[in-house]
Design a protein around this ligand. Structure first.
Ligand code: TYD
Ligand code: MG
Length: 459
């Protein structure tokens, strides 16, 4: 019997070492090394069209950049406008796309929905997680389309998958999920670093050589990283993250990396009883339709990717019954909230040290855009003083450590969105005024430079 060859792999970054190490020299993580069998079986295993591990040996020559003929990539436009947007305008032939997300967020639903709604396109949906019956049940929930050309294969061996692909010749392949696949070239267990890497490499070769787009669904670890080596993200062309709060209906599909488009794009969906519905106008759903102004509620004009979105923030400030006041926020970084509270204490003299402060961003989505700062502190003070702010006012500015109101990007788009949704006034930074044609807008534009000024104007 041949000696079994094994190696140790860092489960975090994929670093390979012949012996066990406590700390990974590559990513500096502790206790991440796991022994995996790496011996390759030799002959008799069918690979993708029997090509060996080396790529096609075509002697490439250098070309002068001016001489390279430029051809527009052919993109397949899907019926899902949000997905098209996130992919940079449709699916590129031969691209390898990784979709990551927490369990139960809707990755399988998104991909199955894509497979079912593509007209006249043969899609092979390979599932290593669910049975054919389960998938059929889900498909019936989504839509009953007898015309769709979608094939389901429950299989986990890459060699068998490639065999079926050769027979079926699909136009698109979906793999649910990459962590369940195993290749006969590797002896380690499915989901291990070396298996994930090998299976992805095989699929990558298949995608490039046959010019077939391949979608990989990937699991996510507790800290939000796609499980498996980081190199998985380097190998694929596009990494999409599907996120949202499982208890809310809204889901965001975010491009983290995209070789064929902008990585700042995002798509918004609503999870319904019959699958995912595209949300083309996010502002309307994120604003609760209220008739009267309430204290502690403000609206901010934020940008998510390239899209302006008006988002409602709620704050509640109350006397703390305990010695240490509670600070909690949903959808917003707690550290940044504490910084804003410190600015209010120190620069504006509000005594918030003994108060509980709770913040909530409507719709269960996370906001990283700092332009929400001004809206947040206005909501905090509105709740603290119990004075409502008119629901016809919105905010778009960042707040600095000395209480200065700072400029934000794409101010025209934010103003236009606020105007479109019927707001009567928007507070922006004085430094955003430069180059802005104020006469163009019907909405009142209030420019401010200091936090104190905002409060004088509001309360
Ligand atoms: P799923 O696609 O299985 O998630 P993932 O593959 O990311 O683990 O989605 C599962 C959740 O979506 C489940 O909680 C039920 C819900 N769902 C709906 O609300 N409506 C639907 O039409 C479908 C198919 C699923
Ligand atoms: Mg799934």
């Amino acid at each position: 019997m041949a000696k079994v060859k094994s190696s140790y792999f860092c489960q975090s970054c994929g670093y390979e070492s012949p012996k066990w190490l406590g700390k990974c020299p590559s990513c500096q993580q502790w206790n991440t090394f796991v022994e995996e069998v790496v011996e390759k079986k030799s002959a008799g295993i069918p690979d993708w069209r029997n090509t060996t591990h080396s790529t096609v040996s075509r002697a490439n020559q250098p070309h002068k950049i001016q001489e390279i003929a430029y051809t527009e990539e052919h993109r397949l436009i899907t019926p899902d406008k949000e997905l098209n947007r996130v992919l940079g305008g449709g699916i590129v032939g031969g691209s390898l796309v990784l979709i990551g997300g927490e369990p139960g967020i809707g990755k399988s639903t998104l991909m199955l929905q894509l497979a079912l709604t593509l007209p006249n396109i043969k899609v092979l949906y390979v599932s290593g997680e669910e049975s054919e019956q389960q998938i059929k049940l889900r498909a019936e929930r989504i839509l009953n389309n007898p015309f769709s050309d979608c094939y389901i294969l429950t299989e986990t061996s890459t060699q068998n998958i490639f065999k079926q692909i050769e027979i079926l010749e699909p136009n698109i392949v979906v793999i649910d999920s990459i962590q369940t696949l195993h290749s006969a070239h590797m002896e380690s267990t499915p989901g291990s670093v070396s298996q994930v890497r090998e299976c992805t490499a095989e699929l990558l070769r298949f995608a490039k050589e046959s010019n077939t787009p391949v979608f990989l669904i990937g699991h996510i670890t507790k800290d939000g990283m796609i499980a498996g080596p980081k190199i998985l993200e380097h190998m694929v062309d596009t990494v999409l993250q599907f996120e949202g709060d499982r208890h809310h209906v809204y889901r965001i599909l975010r491009a983290i990396k995209n070789r064929f488009g902008s990585a700042a794009e995002l798509g918004i969906y609503e999870m319904q009883g019959s699958g995912l519905r595209e949300v083309s106008n996010p502002s309307e759903i994120l604003l609760s339709l209220r008739e009267e102004a309430l204290s502690g509620v403000t609206v901010s004009a934020t940008m998510e990717g390239m899209r302006p979105m008006l988002i409602e923030t709620q704050a509640l400030v109350s006397n703390s019954p305990y010695g240490t006041p509670q600070r909690s926020s949903t959808g917003f970084d707690t550290k940044r909230m504490n910084m804003l509270l410190a600015v209010l204490e120190k620069r504006c003299g509000f005594k918030l040290g003994a108060k509980d402060v709770f913040l909530n961003i409507a719709g269960g989505i996370k906001i990283e855009d700092p332009s929400i700062d001004l809206g947040l502190i206005a909501a905090i003070i509105s709740s603290h003083e119990d004075i409502p702010i008119s629901h016809k006012i919105c905010f778009a500015a960042e707040v600095g450590l000395s209480g200065e109101i700072r400029a934000v990007t794409r101010i025209e788009q934010r103003i236009a969105e606020a105007e479109k949704l019927g707001f009567e006034q928007i507070f922006i930074s004085k430094y955003n005024k430069k180059g802005l044609d104020l006469s163009k807008y019907k909405i009142g534009i209030q420019t401010v430079a200091k936090v104190e000024e905002v409060f004088e104007l509001l309360f």
